[in-house]
Ligand binder design. Structure first.
Ligand SMILES: [Fe+2]
Length: 255
């Protein structure tokens, strides 16, 4: 019986070209997934989850973006609003492939895949599902922090801001975004008007979007907040940057 990782890897292999390589955008998702799995393992260990719960977190992390490959192949975009909700797509592919058939943690893992990108997590989840859901959401955010830093380091973002939705780079944040972050509310994506808004969303996640203390510790250790504060100073002189970035991640509470 092949392991979940073997099933997943064999599926990803079907998207490889004759040269054995994945298209570059798919390769980024494959690497992202590996990091999300590693983050989920660190969270499970740090939070002292039992072996079953840790396994559900890891499995959900592995499968959370399964649909990204088919999404890109079919629609040539990762923008859900222009194609499909990639979490629903991932969930449906995992069900259709039968990878979790007979798995005692099937429902918890599938739910975590399904809701990983939702603004709000449904109420009333059982403890196993709740742990898998929040571990994947935290693990995903932690890797999105890495991806942003990687994109800034490797793209000519001042002249070609394609990686950031072609947003204006030298511009102050939208007051609506600032207000949401101050209030600890999720940012409405329609309000993202500048690159500073895009970066501030992640500051908002650090302030009030990470569930587990282990996730907040990893975020602090990796210097993600300091990076954003410095980078925001390159984009705008608005003093609100310091106001919003002036906090200790370790002092934040879980959501
Ligand atoms: Fe995702």
């Amino acid at each position: 019986m092949p392991s979940l990782t073997e099933l997943y890897d064999a599926y990803v292999d079907t998207f490889r070209g004759a040269d054995g390589k994945l298209p570059p955008m798919m390769e980024l998702k494959r690497i992202h997934t590996a990091h999300v799995v590693d983050n989920a393992k660190l969270i499970a260990a740090g939070e002292g989850f039992d072996a079953e719960t840790a396994r559900a977190c890891e499995a959900a992390a592995l499968l959370h973006d399964t649909g990204r490959y088919e999404q890109l192949k079919r629609y040539n975009t990762f923008r859900d609003s222009d194609s499909v909700d990639h979490a629903v797509f991932s969930h449906d592919i995992v069900v259709e492939k039968g990878w979790l058939d007979g798995d005692p943690q099937r429902e918890a893992i599938l739910t975590a895949v399904l809701v990983h990108n939702r603004r709000d997590v449904p109420d009333g989840l059982d403890p196993l599902t709740e742990a898998a859901v929040h571990a994947v959401r935290d693990a995903d955010k932690l890797d999105i922090f890495r991806v942003l830093e990687d994109q800034i380091a490797t793209t000519d973002w001042r002249h070609n801001c394609e990686a950031f939705w072609n947003l204006p780079t030298q511009a102050a944040p939208n007051p609506a975004v600032v207000e949401a972050i101050r209030a600890g509310r999720p940012v409405d994506y329609q309000n993202i008007k500048t690159l500073a808004d895009f970066v501030l969303i992640q500051v908002g996640w650090m302030r009030s979007g990470l569930r587990y203390a282990t996730s907040r510790r990893l975020c602090a250790e990796r210097g993600h907040l300091a990076f954003r504060r410095n980078f925001l100073h390159e984009l705008t002189e608005d003093p609100v940057v310091d106001e919003l970035c002036d906090f200790q991640i370790s002092a934040c509470v879980g959501v």
